[in-house]
Design a protein around this ligand. Sequence first.
Ligand SMILES: Nc1ncnc2c1ncn2[C@@H]1O[C@H](COP(=O)(O)OP(=O)(O)OP(=O)(O)O)[C@@H](O)[C@H]1O
Ligand SMILES: [Mg+2]
Length: 243
Amino acid sequence: MIRVSSIKGGVGKSVIATNLSVALKQEGYNVLLVDADFSNPCVGIYLGMESVNRGFQDVVKGKADPAEVIIAHTPSGVKVLIQVITGEQMQMTEEEAGATNKLLRSLDYDFVIVDTQPGIQWSAALDSYDEALIVTLPTEASCVSAIRLLEHYRKANVKTSIVVNRFTNEEFDLSIDDIEKICEEKVISVLSEDDNVRVAVSQSTPVYMFNSGSPFSVGVRNLAALLASRIEQPSKPSNPTPQ
Ligand SMILES: Nc1ncnc2c1ncn2[C@@H]1O[C@H](COP(=O)(O)OP(=O)(O)OP(=O)(O)O)[C@@H](O)[C@H]1O
Ligand SMILES: [Mg+2]
């Protein structure tokens, strides 16, 4: 079970969680994508599944078994637990978060990819995660936020990996070396700034399906391959080369 996280908002968590799930599915894995962002849920919008009216909230509040409300994203085959967008913002206690994580983890999936809301969340509900991907932009402000999240996860004994999104390799971006030095953590994936992402979002289609050869999609494929190699061969080294 992997959480996709950041302190700063808008860095690309939902796009990455969605496309990573599709890439893993296309590699033959059984994948559950969970929208656990109860401040600005958007997995349903990104996948064209906004009309779904039951999902994560019902599982958290004990009103439904996961099997009753998990549905397939038909074009990709990814199973999805949607966060239904309602007028009132959902509240979840730490106990509910912990119980929900344990329940999700007990399901029969190769990967459970959890899209989260920005910010620092509880520690006690983190022990179900095998890994937290921390998404950062190649900017100092974003990296400073990533460091705070890294420290939080380290205290909670959660394995962390940094994913750099919207990388342009232009001189005003931090280099990957700079980011690794600032964060004192290896960057496992570099995802390019890519107009195809915005076009795909506007069409409610994962860019991985819209254009599997686009720079962002190629980066996501490499990230999926790396995560897959960890469950197949846990000691395989990572490849942080920009795509
Ligand atoms: N690599 C990229 N290239 C171009 N645009 C991108 C890229 N990644 C994300 N975006 C754009 O950035 C916007 C925000 O992405 P996304 O919703 O995934 O961020 P988020 O971190 O989940 O935000 P929030 O913190 O609100 O949940 C999207 O509209 C998407 O089109
Ligand atoms: Mg999001």
